[in-house]
Each structure stands twice: as C-alpha cells, then as structure tokens.
Design a protein around this ligand. Structure first.
Ligand SMILES: Cc1cc2nc3c(=O)[nH]c(=O)nc-3n(C[C@H](O)[C@H](O)[C@H](O)COP(=O)(O)OP(=O)(O)OC[C@H]3O[C@@H](n4cnc5c(N)ncnc54)[C@H](O)[C@@H]3O)c2cc1C
Length: 301
C-alpha cells in the first residue's frame, strides 16, 4: 500500500511554522527565504499537497493573521478583493452577486461549506490548478492581481498570471495581495457553468462568459474555460466568431465549435480528453445563452 495516497491526517514532513502579524514581516521574510517557503492561506490545497509529499517546504508562512489582506472594497472603477478573503465572504457579498454574477456562481460551485469557510480567493489563483473555478470568471472579467515584495508592487493581468499546472508568474519573493476586477457597463451579461463528477469535486470543465450587445450586434464577448489545457484560458478565436455579429443560434453554435477546437484537454482521473471537447461545446453554448438571457431580462425589467 502506498502511504502517500492515504489520507492519514498526518503531515509527514518537517517544517518551521511562522505566523507574522504584519505585511512588512511577511515580505521581508519572503525576500530572504522565498525559495524555501510556502505561504499558507486556507491550507485547503497546500496541506493536501504536503500530505502527499508533493511539496516539502522548509518554512510555512501563515498569512491569515494579516488583517489588511482580507477585504472586498469598491475603488471607483474596480472592485478590489484582498488575497485572504475567504470564499464564503465572496459567496455572501451582495456587490459580487449583483455586479459579477459569474464570479458568484463560480464560488457557489466550489467544494463544500467547510472548504468555502477555509479556502481563499488568493489561494485558488496561486495554486494555479487548470481547474480552479475562480479563474475563468476572473479571466473574462479582465481582472488583474497585485503582487508585493520588498522591491515594490506590480500589477499582473490575470491572462499573464498562469504559466502551467501549479505555476504562476509570481516570483518566490512576491506575495499576491489583491485582485482587481473592473466594473462592467450596466447592460453586460455574465455567466459561469461547471461540470464535475460530484458537487465536491474539481471541474471536468468549467466555463465563464461576458457578453455585451449594441444595436442588436455583439459588441463584446469574452469566453474562458478551465480544466481543458495546462492553464485556464480565454478562447480568443471563438470570441472573434461572435464579435460584431447578431446573436443567433447558428453563430453561437459556430462559436462553441471553435472553442472546442481551441482547447487542448487531456485524459486524467476526472475525465477523458474526448468528453472534455464535447462537453466544452455544450457548456460554451449554454453559458452564452445564459449571459444573453440576463441582458434581455434587464432590458425588459
Ligand atoms: C475537498 C476539496 C474540495 C475542493 N473543491 C474545489 C472546487 O470545487 N473548485 C476549486 O476551484 N477548488 C476546489 N478545491 C481547492 C481549494 O479549496 C481552493 O483552490 C481554495 O480556494 C484554495 O485556497 P486556500 O486559501 O486554501 O489555499 P492554500 O492551500 O492556503 O494555498 C494554495 C497555494 O497558493 C499559495 N498561496 C496562497 N495564498 C497566497 C498569496 N496570497 N500569495 C502567494 N501565494 C499564495 C500557497 O503557498 C499554496 O501554494 C477543493 C479542495 C478540497 C480539499
């Protein structure tokens, strides 16, 4: 029996645990020991990997005590969310439900109540799973993340953040502190859909869309998928099919077909590449229709 595949509740690795009280302490520690350190937020991804000995950090740096990293704040043109804001806070946020329903739907589709009580938005992005549920909605919302180190701050567009499974463009000395989501024009529709083996599981495929019409034609269309490539991704060629066209069933079908050609899924424990290609087509079509219906309901309402 392979001990590493059993959930023993034991962390079989030695590490030094630190819980600094200020952001300055965190970033100066990362400046010195970033390479040997793993930041701990909710721990719902990190501890699983440590139990399986996929990672064996020398230091665990708990950032949950840093109050200034947990917030949901409107800042003129964008809604800013602190990295350690818990998933359940996103789920219960009225402004997210009203202004960014795709993000609200994605959080609701994640794990269980217990996972959402522990897991954080920053952890979901920094873990860089191709299946991360918050990635597609945050990608179509043109979000940026803020990274902080002793060298200063920088903003990274989310479409430049994911480099591969478990890999991001954060440097070892950087901490992700904030996610910035620009507000959408009022008459924009968004949506999120996910197919998974069980409600507790990561996605076989997840999809998010943003749609805006002008004079009966599609003025803006963004589509992102997860669990269908090494990183969550926008399907820009598919988006182009719908742009400047009327929103007809035929055009939507063509867009969905193009999206399924653009993705590069693999077969793994959750699904087969063939299933992912087929179901992506259906999810893209349904997600676009859902975004469209949301625009129409608002127009009539
Ligand atoms: C039973 C179960 C069900 C789950 N279901 C889902 C699901 O349906 N959908 C889904 O997407 N995920 C799911 N997950 C995965 C996980 O819960 C989420 O990805 C969660 O958001 C991770 O957040 P966390 O705070 O727990 O991250 P942690 O485990 O604390 O951290 C994850 C990684 O990010 C790094 N990190 C965290 N915060 C920062 C930061 N601010 N700056 C730099 N690096 C940072 C850590 O060092 C670590 O490498 C599930 C997990 C479990 C155990």
């Amino acid at each position: 029996m392979d001990i590493n595949k059993i959930n023993t509740r034991i962390l079989p690795v030695k590490f030094q645990y630190l819980a600094p009280k200020t952001l300055e302490e965190v970033i100066s520690f990362l400046a010195e020991h970033g390479e040997e350190t793993k930041v701990l937020a909710g721990g719902t991804d990190l501890l699983v990997k440590m139990k399986q000995r996929l990672i064996e950090p020398t230091y665990i740096l708990n950032i949950k005590e840093i109050k200034e990293l947990s917030f949901i704040k409107s800042n003129g043109n964008s809604l800013n969310i602190g990295a350690t804001t818990k998933l359940n806070e996103l789920e219960n946020s009225r402004i997210i439900k009203e202004k960014f329903i795709a993000l609200h739907e994605a959080v609701k589709a994640m794990g269980s109540v217990q996972i959402r009580n522990m897991g954080t938005v920053g952890g979901n992005l920094c873990n860089a799973s191709p299946a991360a549920d918050l990635a597609p909605p945050l990608l179509v919302l043109n979000s940026k993340v803020k990274a902080v180190s002793t060298e200063g701050e920088r903003e990274i567009p989310l479409n430049k953040f994911f480099l591969g499974p478990g890999k991001t463009s954060l440097k070892p000395n950087e901490l992700l502190t904030e996610i910035q989501i620009p507000y959408l024009p009022e008459d924009t529709g968004t949506s999120f859909l996910k197919v998974a083996r069980t409600s507790m599981d990561l996605a076989k495929v997840n999809v998010a869309t943003v749609l805006k019409l002008k004079n009966g034609k599609v003025e803006n269309c963004r589509i992102a998928l997860g669990s269908v490539a090494p990183t969550p991704l926008r399907v820009c060629e598919a988006e182009k099919v719908l742009l400047n066209s009327e929103f007809t069933a035929e055009k939507v079908e063509e867009t969905a077909e193009k999206a399924s050609q653009e993705i590069k899924p693999i077969t793994d424990v959750r699904s087969t590449a063939e299933y992912r290609k087929e179901v992506s087509k259906i999810l893209v079509r349904r997600a676009l229709q859902k975004a469209y219906e949301r625009i129409k309901v608002r127009e009539c309402g």
